[in-house]
Write a protein that binds this ligand. Sequence first.
Ligand code: SAM
Length: 348
Amino acid sequence: MGSESLIPMPPVELRLMVSTPEPDYFDNPNGVPIIASVPLDAYATVFDFGCGCGRIARQLLQQNPRPRRYVGIDTHKGMVDWCRDNLTPVDSNFQFFHHDVYSPVYGVNNSLKLAEPFPVSDEEFSLVIAISVFTHVYKEQATYYLSEIARILAPRGVALASWFFFDRKSFPFLRDGPFCLFTDELDPTQAVIYDREWFLDTIRSCGLSVQQTFYPPMPGHQWNVWLTRRTPNAVDEFPRGELGAEWLCGTTQKPMAKVAISNAEKLKVENFSEKNKGRLYSTGPPVLTGPVVELAAMKAKLNETEMALTATRSALEVVERSWSWKIGRAMTLPVRLLRNRFHKFHAD
Ligand SMILES: C[S@@+](CC[C@H](N)C(=O)[O-])C[C@H]1O[C@@H](n2cnc3c(N)ncnc32)[C@H](O)[C@@H]1O
């Protein structure tokens, strides 16, 4: 067992939050460069946007060469704390920052902001990694973060970002938008799918260009896009139109596309679906979702207030019918008559 294996492994509950929890996915026991197509010198300074519980950081700590500086940021405070407590002690050049912006699942208790600048300087990083992050952010966030990537990339730096794509033009009823599709009513950022044309326009306006594009392992999954700072004669290596259309979200699985999971993994998925059948696909009427839940809660509160009001009214009626109330009223009658006269006198 090599000394590298002493690097702590994130607990399974954190691993489950970011990916498939198998430890292998977080490991790099042979110390090989974690992304085959990246030149070795690009690993010098690495910025990991949406670092989660340190999956990539851990692999980079094991990698030869190890980056001389690594910065990871994430909205999930618990995961960032874990990385700080467990990975920074392995190498103090690996730093983690809590990105205090709202995220419906990963940052519910964070500040109610959608974005803030990356906590690093301009042109500082030779490699920026954003795996499975743009798949979880709103369009305005995506635009902002692309411009932040352009800001922090070194002049010859590269950025790897993964995306779900669709073609808006395949939806004839969509006019001026939307440019992204959400797949979940309760958590819109559960999986966000971007229009290919919007993506290209946006990266261009942020001062980036596409150096290379890799199709996903199966249609509709994440595309890996390599971005660089835009130069005047940049040509974007990004397929559009018919090119690559069979890899978009919503395409039928053509025979040429091979499903990239093993039989063992398929079996696991089937077992999971079988075990969770009742829970995943309820047979009863659908439960309320989204804003309807809030409306229902407001209505219940209103009902409660109305009931309290009715109870108070009945209590008042009881008091008004009591002898003590009637005697009290009779005794205070002269005072009330005097007061009424006084008011009338002033009104005249
Ligand atoms: C699917 S996980 C991927 C984690 C990591 N990139 C990996 O590949 O293991 C998505 C991560 O993005 C983070 N995230 C979501 N929105 C974010 C935002 N606006 N800023 C920073 N991180 C964000 C989540 O907290 C989560 O850790």
